[in-house]
Design a protein around this ligand. Structure first.
Ligand code: PMV
Length: 308
């Protein structure tokens, strides 16, 4: 039996979109993700199947077929292979399902074909796959899928794992609309062209929010972190990335005791992330009463709490 490879999804706490332009961002790995297994078939077949979707081959014209081809090429693998993956992450929801698929598949191929591997190689391979879907990914999703934990991420630099003073939970809910990351990223690029000076100021503001959020995480100041997430949401709304459902989900979460709430990922739909110190149950139930499904994912502390 070929071994099962896994990779987790992600939630961006602060800095999405700005991260594409070199501003740092904060991201956490989720306890939900993707499983993949690679087998060497007896025939000369090369195929990838995700869940109950039809299998694709690397020679297909479909986006998935092309991504599979890019992944095999990044792994320098031309042997026959049957790759199968299942995902527990919603697609087009800003929780990094495509990056988790890329990393899990890269891991499965490395296992079965005894390829050289490392977190850096996994990210490179998964990024080749991601580029087919997103054109110009910053790499934050693949870094979170490969490394997990809580990362301070700057495009082109090695991701920095943060040492957290206190653990917390992120609570996520799907707004009901999926969104297309490439379309949203292209929309922000147009906005940047139209309003260059204002956009640069907004990038500077996001940089300050992220730097302060990093300090808050390292100091265990979750109240401060939540406020910074709310402020980030205001800029994302000004960029027209929010929706009525996202605003509703944020308001419900804050009323139910979340320390902060914002969209996460590309926006225009997708998920909201709320910060929770304690049990996420109240927030999940409040969302459920309003007709939204959510889930919680813990983020563990990595330093002793001086103020337990
Ligand atoms: O793939 P998504 O929807 O989680 O978005 C990723 C975050 C963006 O900053 C919007 C894009 C990127 O490449 O960093």
């Amino acid at each position: 039996m070929a071994p099962m490879a896994r990779a987790g999804g992600k939630a961006i706490l602060l800095g999405e979109h700005a991260v594409v332009y070199g501003i740092p961002a904060l991201v956490v790995g989720l306890n939900r993700g993707v499983e993949a297994v690679a087998r060497r078939p007896r025939n000369g077949m090369r195929s990838l199947r995700i869940g109950d979707m039809s299998p694709v081959s690397p020679d297909d014209d479909s986006i998935l077929g092309k991504a599979f081809g890019a992944l095999l090429e990044a792994c320098s693998l031309d042997a026959p292979v049957v790759l199968e993956a299942t995902s527990a992450l919603p697609i087009g929801a800003g929780v990094g399902s495509s990056a988790a698929l890329g990393v899990a598949c890269a891991r499965a191929l490395a296992e079965t074909f005894a390829l050289p591997t490392s977190p850096e190689l996994e990210q490179q391979r998964a990024l080749a796959w991601e580029r087919i879907f997103h054109g110009n990914p910053s790499g934050i999703d693949t870094a979170a899928a490969a490394l997990g934990g809580c990362l301070f991420y700057t495009r082109g630099a090695p991701p920095e794992p943060l040492r957290l003073r206190r653990g917390f939970s992120v609570v996520l809910a799907f707004s009901g609309q999926s969104s297309d990351t490439k379309k949203m990223v292209d929309g922000i690029a147009k906005l940047r062209e139209q309003k260059r000076a204002l956009f640069e100021k907004q990038l500077d503001s996001i940089r300050s929010l992220v730097m302060n959020a990093r300090l808050a995480l390292e100091a265990g100041d979750l109240v401060g972190l939540g406020k910074l997430m709310d402020l980030n949401q205001m800029i994302l709304s000004a960029w027209m990335l929010s929706t009525q459902e996202i605003e509703e989900l944020c308001a419900i979460a804050r009323d139910a005791g979340a320390l902060g709430a914002k969209l996460t990922g590309a926006g225009g739909g997708g998920c909201v992330v709320a910060l929770c110190d304690g049990s996420p149950k109240v927030i999940l139930e409040a969302w459920e009463r309003a007709g939204y499904q959510g889930f919680a994912s813990p983020v563990g502390a990595s330093l002793p709490d001086p103020f337990p």
